[in-house]
Ligand binder design. Structure first.
Ligand code: ZN
Length: 334
């Protein structure tokens, strides 16, 4: 039986990469303990529900065995989903490359399985929450968080409140029109931000365009130890800084499009801080400095220019945010 001073056990779980990677934590620290389940192929949401339940059972067993001050029953579970969700209804709207998840009521299924309160949000909103409370935007009151990864998504938090929009679909920044005759987006439309500035697009463009430029291809092979297809955005930014013309054109194109999107977002929302998350955050100033200069130029003279910083909790921000969602449940339950 738990003592009256026992600490509540709350578990945050991140569902990533079409649910083939499930990661859990019981504390809001970047260096804290974490547990992981890896699956070979994207599971159905029913199988994922069972996998999450067994992951939480494993976490609980190990934590309780080593921490006598912690209650043996889970008080609340927070879930961060790497796709589109309706947080209010507890529904996964879409998960990349996992069609069977479309409109799946994950919160209801998990609540039935686990018999504990569950709160779910998108990985981007969860990561934004973590950066707002514990990371790069701790001093902010109005934060815009942008995640540049496979796609481009954003979270807006004002005085600790996440903005969800109708059906929870606010923040699809990757589908903002930035160039009328621009390349084709994953949604089928042309001119959106995503095919120019997502981390995945920058890598794909570099691989695609370097093939037609022999010296670029050679430089790329040298940079990657002969594995051009494994090039990272950090390496592409390094090539750009060293004057490699193809990398420079691609990075400048991404910076131009991203700064335009950010300037629109700043005019609309007036954040005091913008946090850049995803692989670009790990690059730091070589990416942030030219982005900051462009945003400043586009925003002045009418709009107040916000601070623009890199995320502090990558790559664990979404998992930590999931923990914070669980913590919020127990706080509201009193
Ligand atoms: Zn689009």
């Amino acid at each position: 039986m738990a003592s009256k001073h026992a600490k509540q056990l709350r578990v945050g779980v991140e569902i990533a990469e079409s649910a083939t990677r499930l990661t859990a934590t019981t504390e809001p620290n970047v260096s804290g303990l974490r547990w992981q389940t890896r699956l070979a192929a994207p599971p159905s949401p029913e199988i994922a529900t069972a996998e999450i339940a067994s992951l939480i059972a494993r976490v609980t067993h190990e934590i309780v065995a080593t921490h006598s001050e912690i209650e043996s029953n889970v008080a609340a579970v927070g879930i961060a989903v790497g796709g589109q969700v309706d947080a209010e209804q507890g529904i996964v709207l879409a998960l990349p490359q996992a069609v069977s998840w479309t409109d799946f009521p994950l919160v209801r299924h998990l609540t039935e399985h686990l018999s504990v309160p569950v709160q779910m949000d998108s990985a981007t909103n969860a990561a934004g929450l973590a950066e707002y409370h514990l990371g790069a935007a701790r001093a902010a009151a109005h934060m815009l968080y942008i995640h540049l990864g496979r796609g481009i998504t954003s979270a807006y938090i004002e005085h600790s409140q996440l903005l969800h929009g109708a059906q929870g679909t606010a923040g699809a920044l990757g589908h903002l029109l930035v160039r009328v005759d621009g390349p084709r987006c994953s949604c089928g439309a042309h001119g959106h931000l995503e095919p120019i500035a997502s981390a995945q697009s920058v890598v794909r463009r570099m691989i695609g365009q370097a093939v037609d430029h022999e010296s670029s291809h050679t430089t790329m092979l040298q940079k990657t130890g002969g594995r051009a297809e494994a090039i990272t955005v950090a390496q592409i930014v390094e090539l750009s800084e060293s004057g490699e013309p193809v990398a420079q054109a691609i990075v400048n194109d991404a910076l131009d499009a991203l700064s335009l999107a950010l300037a629109h977002a700043v005019t609309l929302l007036a954040p005091d801080t913008i946090v850049i998350g995803g692989p670009f955050a790990l690059i730091g100033e070589p990416f942030l400095m030219p982005l900051r200069a462009r945003v400043q130029k586009l925003c002045q003279p009418v709009t107040r220019v916000p601070e623009l910083v890199g995320a502090a909790l990558e790559p664990r921000a979404a998992m930590i945010g999931a923990y914070l969602l669980a913590e919020a449940i127990t706080t509201s339950l009193g």
